[in-house]
Design a protein around this ligand. Structure first.
Ligand SMILES: NC(=O)c1ccc[n+]([C@@H]2O[C@H](COP(=O)([O-])OP(=O)(O)OC[C@H]3O[C@@H](n4cnc5c(N)ncnc54)[C@H](OP(=O)(O)O)[C@@H]3O)[C@@H](O)[C@H]2O)c1
Length: 264
């Protein structure tokens, strides 16, 4: 079975991937990476349930040897280093980690000249379908309709708005022939709160253990369209990530997105 390396194995998504791997024969875990300060170094990759037989390490290079593909669900600060390790090892990489900066993005683009790199702020197949519906609605309705993007996540999420909310904003802007950076509004506080025509507003909720919810609202005079996705279990992201990782094996070097996996 082709081997999979997971960066961020001790986290919520890392453990969801361990669960999802138990459902499939397409990939098997061959490397489990945590941070140098992790309390789980040397322990089995599975925190509960049947052991995987793979010990957690902080050194990606031996783990990547002979691997078919890697997935990164760790922290934004180590995305660039993980990409360099994969490029040097010739191992395709899916980046599920969100909230990384422009320098990390440049490192991913550089890695993509040597290996296939799939950047997926949301690996659920449902969100890929949602993005297509949003694109269709934005094209049909045009900039006269106000667009607001709402997202809700658990209280420990580190980035805001979510990578998925920003990607949905990019989808709306692209469909309307706009650049997101020039129409995005992240602050609705005080005197400047009224939306300008053509702007794309973002609203964020952080509370409890919410897995992930996104709503794109299109509002015109006398009507409102809302397109919503609610994730109720991280297993949906893990299953989508495994599907995308399997797809990535054997692709030529380059940058990819979930739309390449799910198809048009
Ligand atoms: N694409 C998607 O569909 C999707 C879905 C959900 C979440 N996400 C994103 O995926 C990322 C992880 O989310 P999560 O909820 O699983 O977070 P989490 O529970 O905080 O897990 C992140 C893990 O990364 C590990 N880590 C820290 N530094 C590391 C390093 N240098 N190398 C390898 N591992 C390292 C940490 O473990 P140790 O301290 O043990 O090292 C931590 O357990 C976030 O950016 C989140 O936004 C994406």
């Amino acid at each position: 079975m082709p081997g999979l390396v997971v960066f961020g194995i001790t986290g919520r998504m890392g453990q969801s991937l361990v669960r999802a791997l138990r459902e499939t024969e397409a990939l098997s875990l061959c490397g489990a990476i945590a941070s140098p300060g992790s309390s789980r170094l040397g322990r089995d990759a599975a925190s509960d349930g049947a052991p995987t037989g793979v010990a957690i390490t902080d050194d990606p290079y031996p783990a990547l040897q002979g691997a078919a593909v890697a997935v990164d669900f760790s922290v934004p600060q180590c995305v660039a280093a993980n990409a360099r390790a994969c490029a040097q090892s010739g191992v395709p990489l899916l980046v599920g980690t969100t909230g990384f900066d422009a320098a990390s993005r440049a490192a991913l683009e550089s890695a993509a000249t040597r290996i296939p790199v799939l950047i997926a702020p949301n690996t659920s197949v449902g969100v890929s379908v949602m993005a297509k519906l949003v694109s269709l609605a934005a094209q049909a309705l045009g900039p006269a309709y106000d667009v607001e993007i709402f997202e809700a996540h658990h209280r420990t999420k580190r980035d805001a708005p979510s990578g998925t909310a920003l990607a949905l904003g990019e989808t709306v802007a692209r469909a309307r022939g706009q650049a997101l950076a020039s129409v995005a509004v992240f602050d609705r506080h005080g005197a400047a709160a009224a939306p300008e025509t053509g702007s794309i507003g973002f609203a964020v909720l952080r509370a409890g253990d919410i897995v992930g919810e996104h709503t794109v609202t299109f509002a015109g005079g006398g009507e409102r369209i809302e397109i919503t996705h609610r994730a109720t279990d991280r297993i949906t992201f893990a299953r989508g990530a495994l599907r995308a990782a399997e797809w990535l094996v054997g692709q030529p070097a380059g940058l990819y997105g979930m739309e390449d996996v799910v198809g048009n």
